[in-house]
Write a protein that binds this ligand. Structure first.
Ligand code: NOJ
Length: 450
């Protein structure tokens, strides 16, 4: 095969890096910011690796200028970051925080002044704690009003400067980890929390897209999804095949299908009907639907599923890469770049005319500084999969590396390092890794992928 270079993806292809507010900003209680559910969660013993927190994180709140200059030096065209809702509206509703509002103006202005396109995510998991305390956050339908007012505020405040918007970041990840399994904030468990959270997030996702599109006719509005193509552990075992299909319904289909007018994936998981019976109101089926300008695809790996009758509801479980004796990275995820192609192809089936953007993809290491050949190998193979998808007719229009710099990886603390820039934890000094220079050279057309 011919080597692949940047130009093979087309002139209008968006290249970038992604980050999120809580994972990099720090300044957790600076200048009027309110606490988020993550500020509370990290203070509970046993929740985060080594009791680490995002209190300081990478201190992007104070160092954003230096960081955006580094983006520029590396010639990275697009920067995806998120707004912290409690930095803008400290109690989640009501009064706004002028210094927080100003902060994001400065970040956006710095990007624009340096020729970097800002891509803004509105919800990357840091719910204002006040809303969790007042009514249980996403488990309560009241959240819709507060969320939409927040979205409206952002559109009015920043709509003239920001063209690219994403409403949600990985709805399945934060509802499953935070409301079913209790391993992310707010630490709730069980279907009684998960089911209503799913429904309210799915509604907020569609309503948020509609609102932004109406408020910003020139904006480009999308939302993002975690994806993990599923495989049966034993290829021809009917039970494993059925379990893989149920996992697919949860991991890949649960939020995108209602958005695109197909309803929840009840064909694979009939019990999802309950969500409707219990939590929906008249007209919700329609309210769940919106027409985004793009879908954000986030992919890191695949899952291999074995039937397991004792696991409630889903009756199966993923077999970890260690047991399958295949390579894995520092999150314990199988190194399987092909999964990006499979995810793109799967999501393209819904509507081949709806552009897909890879809003996250990356590689976690542990104990590394700036020498990161494994990341370069992974990223180049993954980018090759994006090209393969284009060749297969998939309308994929962008690729963002997760992540710009080593940061707070939620319950895993600072142990897994996903950055193309190393951050020395003690001094917070930034040092581009070899992968950052590799990405720069790839974007400059100086290196190609074999
Ligand atoms: C998905 C999330 O959006 C991001 O916050 C996280 O750090 C990466 N995946 C890696 O786990």
């Amino acid at each position: 095969m011919e080597p692949i270079g940047r130009k093979d993806f087309g002139e209008d292809f968006h290249w970038g890096v992604s980050v999120s507010a809580y994972q990099i900003e720090g300044g957790w209680n600076s200048d009027g910011k309110g606490p988020s559910i993550w500020d509370a969660f990290v203070r509970k013993p046993g929740k985060v690796y080594h009791r680490e927190t995002g209190d300081i994180a990478c201190d992007f709140y104070h160092r954003y200028l230096e960081d955006i200059r580094l983006l520029k030096d590396l010639h990275i065209p697009c920067f995806r970051f998120s707004f912290s809702w409690p930095r803008l509206i400290p109690r989640g509703r009501g009064e706004t925080n002028p210094k927080g509002v100003d902060f994001y103006h400065q970040v956006i202005d710095a990007c624009l002044a340096m020729g970097i396109e800002p891509w803004v995510t509105l919800y990357h998991w840091d719910l204002p704690l006040a809303l969790e305390e007042a009514y249980g956050g996403w488990t309560n339908r009241q959240i819709l009003d507060d969320f939409l007012r927040y979205v409206e505020f952002c559109a009015q405040e920043y709509g003239k400067k920001v063209k690219y918007w994403m409403v949600m970041n990985e709805p399945l990840a934060f509802t499953a980890l935070g409301y079913l399994l209790g391993i992310h904030a707010p630490g709730k468990r069980g279907f009684k929390n998960f089911m209503p959270a799913v429904h309210h997030v799915a509604l907020a996702q569609a309503e948020g897209i509609r609102l932004l599109k109406q408020a910003l006719p020139k904006g480009v509005v999308g939302t993002t999804f975690s994806t993990s193509p599923t495989f049966p552990y034993r290829e021809r075992n009917l039970n494993d095949l059925a379990a893989a299909r149920r996992y697919d319904a949860v991991l890949n289909r649960l939020f995108v299908e209602p958005l695109l007018g197909r309803g929840y994936p009840v064909d694979a998981l009939p019990s999802l009907k309950e969500v409707f019976q219990r939590y929906a109101q008249k007209g919700d089926e329609e309210r769940l639907i919106a027409r985004p300008d793009f879908l954000g695809i986030q992919n890191y790996t695949r899952e291999v599923i074995k039937h397991h009758g004792l696991v409630p509801w889903i009756k199966g479980r993923p077999i970890p890469p260690k047991r399958r004796k295949v390579p894995h990275q520092a999150m314990g995820w199988e190194v399987y770049p092909e999964s990006l192609f499979l995810a793109l192809r799967q999501f393209a089936q819904y509507d081949p005319t709806l552009p897909l953007i890879v809003t996250e993809n990356g590689y976690a290491a542990e104990g590394e500084t700036t020498h990161d050949p494994e990341r370069i190998a992974y990223l180049s193979q993954a980018i090759k999969q994006v090209h393969k998808a284009q060749q297969a007719g998939v309308l994929v229009k962008g690729y963002f590396v997760w992540t710009f710099m080593d940061n707070f990886e939620w319950a895993e603390g600072y142990r897994p390092q996903f950055g193309i820039v190393y951050v020395e934890r003690r001094t917070l000094e930034r040092k581009p890794k070899e992968s950052a220079y590799w990405y720069r050279d790839f974007l400059a057309g100086k290196v190609t992928i074999e």
